[in-house]
Design a protein around this ligand. Structure first.
Ligand SMILES: C[S@@+](CC[C@H](N)C(=O)[O-])C[C@H]1O[C@@H](n2cnc3c(N)ncnc32)[C@H](O)[C@@H]1O
Length: 272
């Protein structure tokens, strides 16, 4: 512990060993930035291993997600109390009432996101075009709504972290020579029909992928160490042609066949 307290689309638990190897190659660094924090798999693993510098800046464009982190960091007791209440009331009616609610206080907002994440269909956070969480209830027999000890461990890990709702470009304002940035953007889709981009109402299209590559190049020129994960597509290969691009395979793609056919490669790109 700590482990991610949210299950997030694109969560990096399966690639942790590959990522850690690269982070170690970038050590030492002054500040750690993660501008697409999502479930925060790499951040929590580095915290667990004691491999983070004194300053970590975590951000994401999703306001509800960042509220959950702020609630857990600053009000973990109140978040746990609210989750225990959700647990005792959990039912179909309660789920849809919470889904439609917009609580004001930070702990209540954090508990709402965690409760919905634990009990919704597929456990994935997805918002519709009006920014509303629109996932139906899942069919879990006994969902783990309140993992108290892990929430406390996450709260502890988050104490030194700065948290912000910001688009990824903000790292350009803050990143200095000797810092480290891990970018885990919504993946560039492998085909036009695979719509793996609707994390929030804004989506993340080719324009954003190009802008991100530009931010990566600017930080590189400044001496900021950057690591980025993405799908292995022609666009990604083209955008990062000046940097080291490695092909990696997350264990979730491993099947019983001994060769690599049938598995989907992912790209790890670095400038160090
Ligand atoms: C692939 S997920 C990150 C997964 C995370 N590394 C993990 O282990 O769970 C991508 C994240 O990017 C965020 N995002 C989408 N567009 C963004 C933008 N323009 N700026 C910052 N964050 C954005 C989404 O809200 C989502 O949390």
């Amino acid at each position: 512990m700590p482990r991610p307290f949210l299950k997030w689309a694109g969560g990096k638990t399966g690639l942790l060993a590959e990522l850690l190897e690269r982070v170690e190659a970038a050590q030492p660094f002054s500040s750690y930035f993660e501008p697409f924090i999502g479930g925060g798999a790499l951040f929590f693993e580095l915290a667990r291993l004691g491999r983070l510098p004194g300053c970590a800046v975590l951000s994401d464009a999703n306001v509800n997600l960042v509220s959950a982190y702020l609630g857990v960091r600053d009000h973990v007791d109140a978040v746990i109390r609210a989750l225990l209440r959700h647990k005792s009331l959990h039912s179909r009616d309660h789920y849809y009432a919470v889904r439609d609610a917009a609580p004001r206080s930070l702990p209540a907002r954090a508990a709402r996101v965690i409760y919905l994440n634990r009990t919704c269909f597929n456990g994935l956070y997805r918002e519709n075009s009006r920014g509303r969480f629109n996932v139906p209830m899942g069919r879990y027999k006994n969902p783990r709504i309140c993992d108290e000890s892990n929430l406390r461990a996450c709260s502890k890990a988050l104490q030194p972290a700065q948290l912000a709702v910001k688009p990824f470009q903000h790292v350009l304002d803050a990143g200095r020579t000797g810092d480290f940035v891990y970018f885990d953007p919504p993946y560039h889709p492998l085909s036009k029909t695979s719509s793996f981009t609707s994390y929030d109402r804004a989506g993340f299209g080719e324009k954003d992928q190009r802008l991100l590559a530009d931010v990566f190049a600017q930080l590189s020129a400044r001496g900021v160490k950057c690591l980025l994960s993405n799908s292995m597509t022609d666009l990604v290969r083209h955008l990062y042609a000046d940097f080291t691009i490695e092909e990696v395979y997350a264990p979730r793609h491993v099947n019983s066949r001994p060769d690599r056919r049938g598995k989907i490669p992912e790209a790890l790109i670095r400038n160090f």
